[in-house]
Design a protein around this ligand. Structure first.
Ligand code: ATP
Ligand code: MG
Length: 283
C-alpha cells in the first residue's frame, strides 16, 4: 500500500483529488475525513495542512505527497520532486506600497518585510547582500504595510489582484512555484513500483491535457498537403468518405501549435474540422 499526503482543504485540494480521479483512482467519502483508502488502487490518502506535507514525506509517515514548491522549499525538507503537476501556479513576490519609488533590491535594505516565507525571503536577501528585518506572520500578509506592521511584504501572488486591492505593487520575484509530486527518499522496491504505476498514469493524463484529437474532411487532391501539416502519433489516419473524392483525416495536435496548424489546415482546404479532448494518452 502506498500512502499519499494531500491538502485537506484549500487551493490544492480540488486539483489533487481530481488528478487522482483522472488516474482512475476512486476515493470514497473524502469529505471531513483525515484519511481514506482508494477502492481500486493500493493507495491510502492522508488529508493534511499543506505546511505539514514535506515533513510527513521526509519522515516516511507518507510515502509521497502533493504540495506547492513554495511550501516544499520553505520547509527545506528532504523529499525528492518526482513530477511537476502543472496546477497551483503562483509566485513568491516582494511587493511595496504603490506610491513608493523602487530602485532595485538594495531599496529593501533596512526595511521591515512581512512574510509567511521567512526561510525563502532570508535566502533571497542573503543572495542579494541585503539586510532587512523579517516579520513572520501566518496569514493576511498583504495588510501589514497598511497597518504599520511592516514596510513591504513577500507573499504568494497569482493574478496580483489581492496586492492591487491593498495598494501594493510587485517589484521582485523570489520564486516561481507550482504543485509537485514528492517522494520519500527511502521507498522500498514495492512502494517504488506502485509509485511508477501511479506516475505512468499521471503522465498519461498530463500528456492528454496538452493534446487534442482532430478530425477533418479534405478533398483527396489536397490530402498530401494536409497530411504534411499534421504530426500525429505515428502518422494521421485517413479514411474514405462516402462521397467520392473526399477523405476524413484523424490526428492529434499539441496545444502549443494547435491554433497555428488549424489555420494552415483551413487554408489548405480542410473542412468540417472537429476538435475533441483526449482523456488519456499512452505513447
Ligand atoms: P493549509 O490550511 O493547508 O495550510 P493554506 O491556507 O496554507 O492551507 P492555500 O491558500 O490553500 O494554503 O494555498 C495552498 C497552495 O496553493 C499554496 O501553498 C501555493 O502553492 C498555491 N497557490 C496558488 N496560487 C496561490 C495564491 N494566489 N495565493 C496563495 N497560494 C497559492
Ligand atoms: Mg498552509
Amino acid at each position: 500500500m502506498l500512502r499519499i499526503a494531500i491538502q485537506k482543504s484549500g487551493r490544492l485540494y480540488e486539483d489533487s483529488v481530481q488528478l487522482l480521479k483522472e488516474c482512475g483512482i476512486d476515493l470514497r467519502n473524502v469529505k471531513d475525513r483525515l484519511r481514506t483508502e482508494a477502492d481500486n488502487f493500493p493507495l491510502e490518502v492522508f488529508f493534511l495542512r499543506d505546511d505539514d506535507i514535506p515533513q510527513y514525506v521526509e519522515d516516511g509517515v507518507a510515502d509521497i505527497g502533493i504540495v506547492g514548491e513554495n511550501v516544499l522549499f520553505e520547509k527545506n525538507k528532504q523529499a525528492e520532486i518526482v513530477e511537476k503537476l502543472g496546477f497551483g501556479k503562483c509566485r513568491l513576490a516582494v511587493a511595496i506600497p504603490r506610491g513608493l519609488e523602487y530602485g532595485g533590491v538594495t531599496s529593501l535594505q533596512g526595511k521591515r518585510i512581512a512574510t509567511s516565507y521567512p526561510f525563502l525571503v532570508n535566502e533571497f536577501l542573503k543572495k542579494n547582500n541585503v539586510e532587512a528585518e523579517i516579520h513572520e506572520i501566518s496569514g493576511s500578509v498583504e495588510i501589514a504595510p497598511g497597518i504599520g506592521l511592516a514596510d513591504v511584504v513577500a507573499d504568494l501572488v497569482s493574478s496580483g489582484s489581492t496586492l492591487f486591492m491593498n495598494g501594493l505593487k510587485e517589484v521582485e520575484t523570489i520564486l516561481q512555484s507550482q504543485s509537485v509530486l514528492i517522494k520519500n527518499n527511502q521507498l522500498d522496491a514495492a512502494q517504488q513500483q506502485l509509485l511508477d504505476k501511479l506516475l505512468f498514469r499521471i503522465r498519461a493524463v498530463k500528456k492528454a491535457k496538452r493534446t487534442k484529437y482532430v478530425l477533418l474532411n479534405a478533398p483527396n487532391e489536397k490530402l498530401k498537403e494536409i497530411i504534411a501539416l499534421l504530426p500525429g502519433m505515428k502518422s494521421p489516419t485517413v479514411l474514405p468518405l462516402a462521397e467520392q473524392g473526399w477523405s476524413s483525416v484523424h490526428s492529434v495536435l499539441s496545444e502549443d501549435t494547435f491554433w497555428d496548424i488549424i489555420e494552415q489546415l483551413k487554408a489548405a482546404g480542410a473542412q468540417g474540422i472537429l476538435v475533441v479532448p483526449i482523456e488519456k494518452m499512452i505513447i
